[in-house]
Write a protein that binds this ligand. Structure first.
Ligand code: BT5
Length: 323
């Protein structure tokens, strides 16, 4: 069933042959004309626009903007990330679903994506606002071999660089606020949550969650965050196709994860610093207390390097940049 629908999309979007007749579709797919018709209606319901012209046949005019399981699996060009892709209309949190699946043995690269999260979560039990159909809310299960648990947090920085690289192609000035926020024009666009299950010195699995505000208008942003948050639509002044962005982003993430696994963190470090939020500027950081610090970069472990007013450099593994 699923294979037939994918093949149907393939035939309908074949650019060598702009239109394809109903009979040809039925022959190629080896199903009846009425079965072709049923599949075509299902695609229309998913948001595909299909044009039919008498004596010529059919063609796909546009694919859905909204998340669609078919479009996601269809467009994916990765080797392993998202090759098992689970799509849900509504979940509490894709992190929770991913942990359950990982405990049951879900393979490396499994991705869970939802249209809406009712209990989206950030770090330290903070909430993550995840409105229906407006953003990308997804979690990836990673089972990296030979990674010590203390290096798992580096994956947050690796993912941040992949997202920043991807978004830069839309001419957006993306900044990464250590450790897990993506900012545009001083407002938060996306957040990353990396959670790990480890035993002694071995990582069992990592659930890497990413939330990106995509097609939010100003009034769609959570009231308390309106002045602090933004969306791709607000920044790029155009709506985005969620399927396209997710599949392209998964590709970018896979490239960066592979690079990290084969070359280590040092290749990512420089790329990360090129996107660093307020690099070289004085900010307020919160550790046990709040203090003024100048951001100097990150070290080989991914810890934030800052200088205090006495010119002493500190390597921070856990801290919050307040402003
Ligand atoms: C984060 O935490 O930024 C990590 C967000 C991870 C979300 C993804 S979505 C898929 C997966 N499933 C989940 O349940 N989570 C992951 P943190 O740095 O703690 O930031 C949380 C803070 O960001 C909140 O306290 C709010 O101030 C703010 N915030 C909440 N929702 C927001 C949104 N949609 N856009 C911008 N800021 C938001």
């Amino acid at each position: 069933m699923e294979g037939t629908r994918k093949r149907l999309i393939d035939l309908l979007s074949n650019h060598q042959q702009p239109y394809i007749s109903g009979q040809q579709l039925s022959d190629e797919l080896n199903i009846s004309r009425s079965a072709v018709w049923k599949h075509m209606n299902a695609l229309k319901k998913e948001g595909y626009q299909i044009e039919g012209v008498t004596n010529k046949g059919y063609r796909i005019v546009s694919s859905p903007n909204d998340l669609s399981e078919t479009a996601l699996s269809w467009d994916l060009k990765t080797d392993w990330l998202g090759q098992r892709l689970i799509y849900k209309e509504q979940v509490t949190s894709t992190q929770i679903v991913a942990h359950d699946l990982a405990r049951d043995g879900a393979e490396h690269g499994t991705v869970i994506v939802a249209r809406e999260q009712t209990k989206g979560r950030g770090r330290m039990r903070r909430y993550w606002e995840s409105k229906d159909g407006l953003g990308l809310w997804f979690s990836s299960i990673l089972r990296p071999t030979g990674i010590e648990p203390k290096r798992a947090s580096q994956l947050t920085l690796v993912a941040a660089v992949a997202i920043a690289d991807y978004l830069s192609k839309y001419n957006l000035d993306v900044k990464i606020k250590w450790p897990n926020d993506l900012f545009i024009n001083g407002k938060k666009l996306a957040g990353i949550l990396t959670e790990m299950q480890a035993e002694q010195d071995a990582v069992e699995y990592i659930v890497l969650g990413i939330g990106i505000n995509m097609n939010h208008d100003q009034q769609d942003l959570f009231e308390s965050e309106r002045n602090k948050a933004t969306s791709l639509l607000l920044e790029a002044k155009q709506p985005f196709n969620l399927n396209t962005v997710l599949t392209e982003l998964l590709f970018e993430l896979e490239v960066k994860f592979d690079l990290f696994m084969s070359e280590g963190f040092s290749t990512i470090k420089g790329q990360w610093e090129s996107y660093a939020y307020k690099l070289g500027e004085w900010v307020s950081v919160k550790t046990q207390t709040e203090w003024d610090a100048k951001i100097c970069g990150i070290d080989e472990d991914g810890a934030l390097m800052v200088m205090n007013q006495n010119h002493q450099v500190h390597h921070l593994y856990s801290a919050e940049i307040l402003w």
